[in-house]
Design a protein around this ligand. Sequence first.
Ligand SMILES: NC(=O)c1ccc[n+]([C@@H]2O[C@H](COP(=O)([O-])OP(=O)(O)OC[C@H]3O[C@@H](n4cnc5c(N)ncnc54)[C@H](O)[C@@H]3O)[C@@H](O)[C@H]2O)c1
Length: 314
Amino acid sequence: MGNILNVLITGGAGFVGSHLVERFISKKYNVTVIDNLLTGSKKNLEPFLENENFTFIDFDVQNHIEISQDLDYVLHLASAASPKAYTQHPINTLKAGSIGTINTLGLAKAKSCKYLLTSTSEVYGDPQISPQPETYWGNVNPNGVRSMYDEAKRFAEAAVASYNRIYNLDTRIVRLFNTYGPKMKINDGRVVTNFISQAIKGEDITIYGNGNQTRSFCFIDDTVLGIIKAMESDSSEVFNIGNPNEITILQLAEKVISLTNSKSAIKFVKLPEDDPMQRKPDITKANKKLNWFPEVSLEDGLLKTIEWVENSID
Ligand SMILES: NC(=O)c1ccc[n+]([C@@H]2O[C@H](COP(=O)([O-])OP(=O)(O)OC[C@H]3O[C@@H](n4cnc5c(N)ncnc54)[C@H](O)[C@@H]3O)[C@@H](O)[C@H]2O)c1
């Protein structure tokens, strides 16, 4: 592309957002982050805070957003994202997905710029087909314990689709499946960091249920590349971004124990309500239309994440 672009990222102080900031700054783009630091941290942005191409705005996306500069891209990531965080902040999660999406769409419309929403595999709920293609409508409990997140994202998708249809706004939606890697919050209950920190400390590894439920884990570098390819593409479409390599939670626990040389034992505890039994993305579309495919193996990704967790806990 070659041009210097102006990029606005909501939720840029979080795990995925701060990696996107890093990529865009390395392209010499001007990057503005809007984040209320609900679940993110300014520490993730430390390397860029003094950079003249970087601006941080401490702001909640449920409020009207005014930005004076021209924008080329708006990426709306702001939302609590882990079950622990969205259960702690249900109303903010609903507002970030609903009002926050409308506000960021309005901003993109005013700036006539490209727009991207990070949606989630949670829109598929507890899926009745596997792998899940983008055409699957999902099996979601509309008022269950995870509904503040799942339904906010489903509303967000509907809002994006409407702005695209009515105003011809240049939008795309990426449905992220479980992503892991450095800069993840260690204590927010997500399974990869949970297992790694328990293994490093020699504590019991806690598995919810019998461990036969499956997930597919995508390393952050692959996820970020998928998001950027979707942003740069001319396709106003929905793309699954995830790694189709499906494993059971029990296999993940065993892998983490072996890679950390841990003496931890595995402990089985009660499965939370509405925990999906199966997750595996069908990424044929992203592969064909974005020429994207995850490349980092689970073992390599876990080793990088283990190193990061080791350096982050005392
Ligand atoms: N990490 C994953 O595995 C995954 C999977 C599916 C979807 N996603 C989506 O990707 C996006 C980023 O997730 P993440 O893993 O980086 O989570 P994260 O919690 O690390 O980052 C989210 C960021 O949004 C900010 N935020 C939350 N509510 C806000 C509000 N009302 N106003 C302004 N800022 C707000 C938080 O402070 C945080 O910095 C989210 O939209 C999430 O739904 C992530």
